[in-house]
Design a protein around this ligand. Structure first.
Ligand code: FNR
Length: 185
């Protein structure tokens, strides 16, 4: 069976390194995984009042895309040692209405963080894990993916260099095994 993976990218910028990594992972993924980026840009800031009264169409589209997926992959930068606000907002939107989380219960996930800096987004990676424990998304433990020095991963033409490719391959293969083990169908 092919399992679909909703990929959430924590950066909104056009030339995002994290978006490029997400696309590279989609290409390296084995045939058992179908990775699709689900956009978070147009989600209004979560407000329980508007969600109760007139939920924005963007909330519905986003929640449906997550519900339809078999698994979740988060690829994110670190902002001020923490989760970028846009990604946290997307997770908050997905988590509601209370008791009806779009992540469901127990569907598998994984977290990748990347930064041009040396720490590789460790802070964002683990803060994301904190929320996903509560949201019942069992996360791949190993290999951990704190990708430091990520400014050098892609050349001028956007081609992924050889330095990081083997690790991304190992990571996505491990994730595919994790999804096979934990997927609900
Ligand atoms: C950053 N950046 C950053 N990097 C890091 O390693 N730790 C951090 O805490 C921060 N903080 C931070 C805050 C804000 C508001 C911005 C805009 C940036 C730098 C960041 O890693 C860099 O801009 C990456 O290139 C962002 O990822 P994308 O957009 O290339 O995917």
């Amino acid at each position: 069976k092919v399992h679909t993976v909703a990929v959430l990218v924590g950066s909104l910028r056009k030339e995002s390194i994290n978006r490029k990594i997400a696309k590279a992972l989609a290409e390296l993924a084995p045939a058992s995984l179908d990775l699709r980026i689900v956009e978070i840009r147009d989600l209004p800031l979560y407000d329980e009042d508007i969600d109760n009264d007139t939920p924005p169409a963007a909330y519905g589209t986003f929640r449906s895309a997550l519900k339809d997926a078999d698994a979740y992959l988060f690829v994110t930068p670190e902002y001020n040692r923490s989760i970028p606000g846009a990604l946290k907002n997307a997770i908050d939107v997905a988590s509601r209405p209370y008791g009806k989380s779009a992540f469901g219960h127990g569907k598998p996930g994984a977290v990748v963080s990347a930064s041009p800096g040396a720490i590789g987004g460790f802070g964002a990676n683990h803060q994301l894990r904190q929320a996903l424990v509560f949201l019942d998304v069992p996360l791949l433990q190993q290999p951990e993916a704190y990708l430091g020095g990520a400014g050098k991963f892609f050349d001028e033409s956007g081609e992924l260099g050889d330095s990081v490719k083997p690790f991304l391959q190992k990571f996505i293969d491990a994730f595919a095994a994790w999804v096979t083990l934990n997927a609900k169908d």
